[in-house]
Design a protein around this ligand. Structure first.
Ligand code: DC
Length: 229
């Protein structure tokens, strides 16, 4: 069977939504439960944002940042003893660095550049491997895997998302205030939703899940029920 056809029959579940909606945790739990691969597309944008910042690039210099997106080597490594997937950027473990709010803001800025998105297109598509893929991001169901058989748009109120991020960052020992986080989350939502290319919006065929007030287990169960009813 031709490679393109084989790819088409590999099932994909896309989970899109704004920052802090719980996509990361839910996608990882669902991928584990299904035994499918996982694509954390936000980590790719964060890795490029990180590499561009390290190189001292002006993040609004589309040409330089695109070259950076085309040449930065990004890989994911699962530690043998379980634990958090490591993100390796140009040979350096940048797992902690890419999760900072500064790097999130850099990622959001460079993600608005159309040629940066094009540079990451094939890399994201290459994650579609048997037995299946859970793809977490903003445009997984609308652009990258528009032909996916299962699409979820996960959301939660901005206040709830800020509280979740606050808790996560505190646990990692990073100093932030809830008010600052809420302001940053709202600003990033606007930027991600209003950009000209691949704006954050639900695919027309996505199932909307508002996780405000829902436990992680309840959301995981709801998503799994869509894939294997
Ligand atoms: O999901 P995240 O917070 O790690 O993503 C970081 C930034 O990357 C986010 O502000 C928008 C951008 N992003 C994107 O534009 N498209 C994706 N598929 C994933 C992330």
């Amino acid at each position: 069977m031709p490679a393109a056809q084989t790819e088409k029959i590999i099932p994909v579940l896309t989970i899109d939504g704004p920052s802090g909606s719980g996509k990361g945790t839910i996608s990882s739990r669902v991928a584990d439960a299904l035994g499918w691969h996982l694509l954390d597309s936000g980590a790719l944008y964060r890795a490029v944002g990180f590499a561009a910042s390290m190189a001292g690039l002006d993040l609004s210099d589309a040409e330089a940042v695109t070259r950076c997106a085309e040449t930065t080597k990004i890989s994911f490594r699962d530690p043998k003893d379980g634990g958090e997937t490591r993100v390796i950027v140009n040979g350096v473990d940048a797992t902690a660095e890419i999760r900072t709010e500064t790097c999130g803001a850099a990622a959001s800025a460079i993600a608005a550049i159309p040629s940066v998105r094009t540079a990451l297109f094939d890399k994201q598509r290459s994650f579609r491997k048997a037995p299946g893929l859970v793809a977490d991001g903003r445009d997984m169901g609308t652009v990258i895997f528009a032909d996916a058989g299962h699409k979820v748009f996960l959301t939660a109120s901005a206040e709830e998302r800020a509280k979740r991020r606050y808790k996560q960052l505190k646990e990692k020992g990073l100093g932030v205030t809830l008010t600052t986080l809420l302001r940053e989350i709202e600003a990033r939502d606007v930027r991600d939703a209003e950009r000209a290319v691949a704006p954050l919006k639900p695919a027309t065929d996505a199932i909307l899940i508002d996780s405000t007030g829902m436990s992680i287990d309840a959301v995981v169960a709801k998503v799994l029920a869509l894939v294997r009813p």
